[in-house]
Design a protein around this ligand. Structure first.
Ligand SMILES: Cc1cc2nc3c(=O)[nH]c(=O)nc-3n(C[C@H](O)[C@H](O)[C@H](O)COP(=O)(O)OP(=O)(O)OC[C@H]3O[C@@H](n4cnc5c(N)ncnc54)[C@H](O)[C@@H]3O)c2cc1C
Length: 385
């Protein structure tokens, strides 16, 4: 077990840090206020080599490890959760499903464009009546000659309407249960694809959460990425890495909040002494540092075990639960250390606090992760229906 980063990884972290300080940090508050980040800015992440780090070179990627991607994501998230989430979505999640389960033709057609930022990718799983109970989804894909005809509604889709592609999870030909679920790639220009509006959200506001509707959308059969009948757990395994990536965003934001609060409390004086001269504050900082380190180790462990950017379910869920809950505690304590100023919109802490709130929900709630962890501990499936 080696806890040291290679010299290449250290250089990569330094490069991401320099990029974040110059090209991201000065604008993060504005993107939050505008609730928008420009396509040009997103493009700059691809140009910096931050997209497709986990994708092999033959498909236009950078052929790096999941841990390499996590290191970059953590560094970017210290300054901007929005940017880091964009980088997660273009290193893990749907593109990893295509990499591991898609056809050779799909990989060559789709992945190179994603890696250069020419096309962006969303994940279309959640429905108004199927969130945690994803296997209850009702979006229907019916065979219609050389196409599938798709009808249904998805909500809470990150990047909805803004990104070219969505990997849609649907029930094929009315087959009941998990066996009926497959994944098909749709493009926003396909007739029948409708962006049905934005969901106003608490945090990570520069990335749009939205609703998609499909009305007799005709999707060619060659866009079927995972056919129905595949083991559902295998289908979902590609999202373990997404959880690790999301955990790295939570960690990075929390680290950013910690760094800010430490610097602030170290210069702010009350009772003629620095805030950090009081032992209560010292213990707060120590506890925050312990939690940050513990999350970092869990995340790095999960990322290090990845094969083709698919990480172990147990290790990913453990990292996600701990990092997402830790980030909430650390961001809250950072505000506490800075007093009322920390609560104001003049400092970045309230944005960071809002931004970390999503991670116990997005990508599978903390409760569902705990069910997965308990399944492993008990060695048997734990049906919830
Ligand atoms: C910022 C953000 C981005 C997102 N991006 C995407 C995306 O890009 N694509 C996508 O498809 N989805 C996305 N989602 C949706 C996300 O995956 C769902 O919110 C999540 O799966 C939970 O579903 P739900 O919100 O419907 O909650 P529900 O399933 O309604 O659950 C409500 C509460 O009940 C708990 N609960 C439910 N069942 C159980 C149980 N059996 N035991 C114990 N507790 C239970 C849950 O943990 C939760 O706390 C996003 C969500 C957020 C907040």
């Amino acid at each position: 077990m080696n806890f040291n980063l290679s010299s290449e990884q250290q250089e990569q972290v330094q490069a991401a840090r320099a990029f974040a300080l110059e090209r991201i940090a000065p604008f993060a508050a504005q993107w939050d206020r505008d609730e928008h980040i420009s396509r040009q800015q997103i493009q700059s992440y691809a140009e910096a080599g931050f997209f497709g780090m986990t994708i092999p070179v033959e498909y236009g990627g950078h052929g790096r490890s999941a841990l390499d991607a996590v290191l970059v994501i953590e560094e970017i998230a210290r300054h901007c959760g929005i940017s880091a989430r964009l980088i997660v979505d273009h290193n893990f999640g749907a593109i990893i499903t295509i990499l591991n389960f898609g056809t050779e033709e799909q990989k060559r057609r789709i992945l190179p464009d994603i890696c250069i930022g020419q096309s962006l990718m969303s994940i279309g799983m959640t429905e108004p009546e199927a969130g945690s109970a994803l296997t209850d989804l009702t979006t229907a894909a019916q065979t219609a000659g050389s196409h599938y005809s798709i009808n249904g509604t998805k909500h809470w889709i990150t990047g909805a309407g803004e990104r070219e592609y969505t990997l849609v999870y649907a029930r094929f030909d009315d087959i009941p249960g998990p066996k009926g679920i497959g994944a098909i790639l749709v493009h926003r220009d396909m007739p029948g694809f409708k962006y049905a509006g934005r969901i106003p959200s608490m945090g990570v506001r520069g990335v749009q959460e939205g609703i998609l509707e499909f009305h007799d959308m005709q999707v060619p059969k060659e866009n079927l990425v995972v056919p129905p009948g595949s083991a559902f757990s295998q289908l979902m395994s590609a999202y373990n890495g997404q959880r690790v990536g999301a955990s790295a965003v939570a960690l990075g934001i929390a680290q950013g909040a910690f760094d800010f609060a430490k610097a602030y409390a170290d210069q702010r004086q009350q009772f003629g002494r620095r805030i950090t001269d009081f032992q209560t504050s010292q213990f707060k900082l120590a506890d925050m540092a312990i939690e940050l380190d513990a999350a970092r180790l869990l995340i790095y462990r999960a990322a290090s075990q990845a094969k083709a950017a698919i990480t172990d379910r147990y290790a990913s869920s453990v990292a996600k639960v701990y990092a997402s809950e830790m980030a909430l505690r650390v961001a809250s304590e950072a505000i506490q250390l800075c007093g009322a100023q920390g609560y104001s919109r003049l400092l970045p802490l309230e944005r960071m606090f809002r931004d970390v709130r999503c991670f116990t929900l997005a990508g599978g709630s903390a409760e569902m992760q705990r069910i997965g962890i308990a399944t492993k501990i008990l060695g048997r499936s734990l049906p919830q229906h």
